[in-house]
Design a protein around this ligand. Sequence first.
Ligand code: CTP
Length: 417
Amino acid sequence: MSVDRVKVTVGVCGGIAAYKAVEVVRQLQDAGFDPHVVMTRAAEEFVQPLTFAAITGHKVISSLWSEDAGASGGELSGIEHINEAQTTAALVVVPATADIVAKFAHGIADDFLSTMYLATTAPVILAPAMNVVMWQHAAVQANLATLRERGTTIVEPGSGYLACGMVGGGRLAEESQIVAAVGEVLSKTPATKDLAGETVLVTAGGTREPIDPVRFIGNRSSGKMGYTIAEAAQRRGARVILVSAPSALEAPAGVCELVRVVTSEEMETAVMQRLGEASLVVMAAAVSDYRMAEVATQKLKREGPRTLKLEPTADILQEIVARRRPGTLVIGFAAETEDVLVNGRAKLKRKGADALVVNDVSGSETGFDSDQNAGTFLTAETAVALPVMTKAQMAERILDEVVRLRAAREQGIGLRA
Ligand code: CTP
């Protein structure tokens, strides 16, 4: 299945860190983006345009006027800056030299990159890299302050050994940090309103089942994934109802109704009460599978070995599938620690949901409590890999897949009718 990737323009400037832009481009691809590269003339002294053309499969643009080398051959680029500026979702400059920072801050447009900057309304992300004294110079800092004020995201350089032999600030941020910043920025930009008209019911957080007045059975879910999906769905035009088990997170912006629950039973009641309103349900909550057969009314005393008698809770997802109104899409999550895809497929069938986002929660980099996630969007017919990315990016990708699934189902219904 072909997936439309979001186009991101990577501006490469002439600095010793220019070679690191190659890895940034690769990681952007891994994160699901379609990077296009624009180089300054000075950048070409450090890295061959052909390197970027080969990796991206797109022509590399470096001049406003001349023909450029690239995968698809040369082409006059006189008005290409306008096209590039208007079709890209973000402009990320790696490395951003003192020179480009100054040009952007002052609106100087004397090459393709600086002209494109003026012609774009897409968010701009700069990853500066330069000598530590230059970095600390009042002129550079003043230019950066101007750009920040204008909404530009600056991926702060780190400290360490610099190519010039000095030690200090000015070293290009880690490639993964730059890619994460792109994802973060894009997840916050107003997306297409492709969920307008939908009412999305999202569950999040980890339920707590009381053992006695002070203890509970809980899990490591932070609520991040569900909260980010709620926020993203709202930005995409949906009316969002969030049913949240305990989470330390602040209420997501723009949610129409936030229902706080503690136990799986409370979550079940809250969800079932609102199911009729929902055209899409996303069960991102980590719901306890068991609860105490009987909750102790007094704090349990320490008295040698003890066995707790547990009983299963209701499977809310299965209940939603059984009681939804026709046309309501139901998306679940599957947390797995082994045989992730095999178990995911079995779970999808068992639960009857339209799709499951299958996560491997055995790693520490992704899953519970982490800011990153990775998984597979699994339907009866397809399996779309979602590589490691921030949860904000993941939320967008999941919703992209949901929109696609909705379109496919509607076509299917149309065909059968
Ligand atoms: N879920 C639910 N009600 C439960 C347990 C889970 O609605 N009592 C939902 C979760 O919100 C998630 C999906 O079911 O969307 C899968 O959850 P998961 O914990 O992976 O699966 P379980 O059904 O608990 O199966 P197992 O623990 O055996 O892997």
